[in-house]
Write a protein that binds this ligand. Structure first.
Ligand SMILES: NC(=O)c1ccc[n+]([C@@H]2O[C@H](COP(=O)([O-])OP(=O)(O)OC[C@H]3O[C@@H](n4cnc5c(N)ncnc54)[C@H](O)[C@@H]3O)[C@@H](O)[C@H]2O)c1
Length: 239
């Protein structure tokens, strides 16, 4: 196993992915805007930490320059600002697009040459069930996560000949530090009842699928998005 670079690894889904990929045998580089959080994850998994803003091309270039080899890149860092579209400010739109879309491409563009030089690699992008469900009041966020799916397919097609596999996961409702407010009190149980598998997700539910997509077991899988959502996108009304 080689080096796995994970963005947004300071907490939430990214931290769970770091723990899982380290258990799989990867050397983990935990990347986060919050440098101290990245350090905590790195200490937990025996890896390295980097502070980086994935929406800043210069910051991403410095990150890539500081890491020699990269076999796995997880583009997990993402933000959301939920509101009705008519309430979206220019800053809302620019910021969410910059992290969720530009950030995914900037990191992929920076690390792909290292993977090409090494004979291949695996990139996993974090999309969302929201890309499919489009619930009212979620602003520009679903559009950014739909763009992640499109970018995943484009990169898979262009970089497949270099043996770089590019896939995405689409989490449903998962309890993390970032989403905790949506699950306070009875909300967690009530929301769970509307999901086919009858519960909201745990970060490990997502990390396990990311592990698969980084493993040899998925060696012939590329350009795909796996929704890890308890069945939300299988056909029920949006929640
Ligand atoms: N939690 C959910 O229910 C859910 C559902 C669907 C998709 N997602 C997606 O999963 C990913 C992780 O979500 P989470 O719930 O763990 O979020 P979170 O807010 O708990 O953690 C996100 C981490 O990313 C970091 N980050 C934010 N902006 C960054 C930047 N510009 N550069 C580097 N790091 C940055 C934050 O500091 C934080 O540590 C996101 O892409 C999110 O859109 C989450």
């Amino acid at each position: 196993m080689g080096t796995a670079v994970i963005t947004g690894a300071g907490r939430g889904l990214g931290r769970a992915m770091a723990i899982r990929l380290a258990a799989d045998g990867h050397h983990v580089v935990a990347v986060d805007l919050d440098g101290e959080a990245a350090e905590r994850t790195a200490a937990t998994v025996g890896g390295e930490a980097r502070r980086c803003d994935v929406s800043d091309w210069g910051s991403v270039a410095a990150l890539a320059a500081s890491i020699e080899g990269c076999d796995v890149l997880i583009n997990n860092a993402g933000i959301w600002r939920f509101h009705a579209l008519l309430d979206a400010t220019p800053d809302d739109v620019t910021s969410v697009l910059a992290v969720n879309v530009v950030g995914v491409f900037a990191c992929s563009r920076a690390f792909a040459p290292k993977m090409i030089a090494a004979g291949g690699g695996s990139i996993v992008n974090v999309s969302s069930a929201a890309a499919s469900t489009h619930s009212p009041g979620t602003g520009i966020y679903p559009a950014t996560k739909a763009a992640v799916i499109s970018l995943t397919r484009q990169m898979a097609i262009e970089w497949g000949p270099h043996q770089i596999r590019v896939n995405a996961v689409g989490p449903g409702l998962v309890v993390t530090e970032g989403s905790a407010a949506n699950h306070e009190g009875d909300k967690r149980i009530e929301r769970g009842k509307k999901i086919p598998l009858q519960r909201v997700g745990e970060p490990e539910d997502i990390a396990d699928v990311v592990s698969f997509l980084c493993s040899d077991a998925s060696r012939y899988v590329t350009g795909q998005t796996i929704f890890v959502d308890g069945g939300i996108t299988a056909g029920r009304a949006a929640i």
